[in-house]
Design a protein around this ligand. Structure first.
Ligand SMILES: *[C@@H]1O[C@H](CO)[C@@H](O)[C@H](O)[C@H]1NC(C)=O
Length: 277
């Protein structure tokens, strides 16, 4: 915010580069705790790079030190390459307790050359069941890609490389609980889920390929201040603009493979209220 104001008025290149550095100030040593898997979770390069690994003994995971109530959270991930069938890399926001809120990305691995599934879900007050699943338009194991969550009182937007793939709008006016009171931490874990992850559990993890490794970098969180004030940042915009909506439709038309809102078998008595808008 300060940076963009300065840039607006001055427009000096030197300032620009210092602002970009500030925008990616995330450091895994400072911002996260390694909470599972002992030395299977590792931080490298002075805090710039993190890896999780999974072998037959266990997976691994980390969580943010801070809790967030609204904001835009970006992380770059490079997923388990090669035969990743049976593995799941979960990357999500969650509060604590039996009526917790949660915003999920889960990457379901596959055999070499077959597509990952990006699974998404939203829990509000302990209730989830709002799955949408996607293929990606690139191989997520070749390079880092940016996975973002924009969360404000009006909506939750899931983004991949700045392209919105899903919008969950606040539907409290229809009686649907919305995550807005419980601060959430960022979590990620890499674990074995070969009872369901790949082709519904048909394909099992090939442990001869272990350890399986996923990489993280360029964490960035833009959030409300501790006083609950918002600086003037783009994530608070209530609406997706026209071009974002077009890209959202493009993803949903071409890459969405499951949507709870169109699963007639699952909801024979009618879809949840938030699906009707
Ligand atoms: C794995 O590949 C198969 C075959 O292409 C596909 O049906 C499935 O959706 C892919 N992804 C997962 C996670 O099962």
């Amino acid at each position: 915010m300060v940076c963009s104001k300065i840039l607006w008025h001055v427009g000096v290149l030197v300032l620009l580069s210092s602002c970009i550095v500030a925008a990616y100030g995330g450091n895994f040593h400072q911002d996260f705790d390694l909470i599972w898997g002992g030395n299977k979770a590792k931080v490298f390069n002075g805090g710039q790079l993190l890896s999780l690994s999974l072998d037959k003994e266990s997976g691994s995971g980390f969580q943010s030190k801070k809790e967030y109530l609204f904001g835009r959270i970006d992380m770059q991930l490079k997923l388990v390459a090669g035969n990743s069938a049976g593995t799941v890399t979960a990357y999500y926001l969650s509060s604590q307790g039996p009526t917790h809120d949660e915003i999920d990305f889960e990457f379901l691995g596959n055999v070499t050359g077959e597509p990952y599934i990006l699974h998404t879900n939203v829990f509000a007050q302990g209730k989830g069941g709002r799955e949408q699943q996607f293929y990606l338009w690139f191989d997520p194991t070749k390079n880092f890609h940016t996975y973002s969550i924009i969360w404000n009182p009006q909506h939750i937007v899931f983004m991949v490389d700045n392209t919105p793939i899903r919008e969950f709008r606040n539907a409290e006016s229809l009686g649907v609980p919305y995550p807005k009171n419980q601060p959430m931490r960022i979590y990620s874990s890499l674990w074995n889920a070969d009872d369901w992850a790949t082709r519904g559990g048909l394909i099992k993890t090939d442990w001869t390929k272990a350890p399986f490794i996923a990489y993280y970098r360029n964490f960035n969180a833009q959030t409300a201040t501790s006083k609950g004030q918002y600086s003037n940042q783009a994530w608070q915009n209530q609406q997706l603009d026209a071009s974002s909506r077009r890209r959202l439709r493009w993803v949903q038309r071409n890459f969405m493979i499951y949507n709870y809102c169109t699963d007639h078998k699952r909801f024979p008595q009618g879809f949840p209220p938030e699906c009707r808008r």
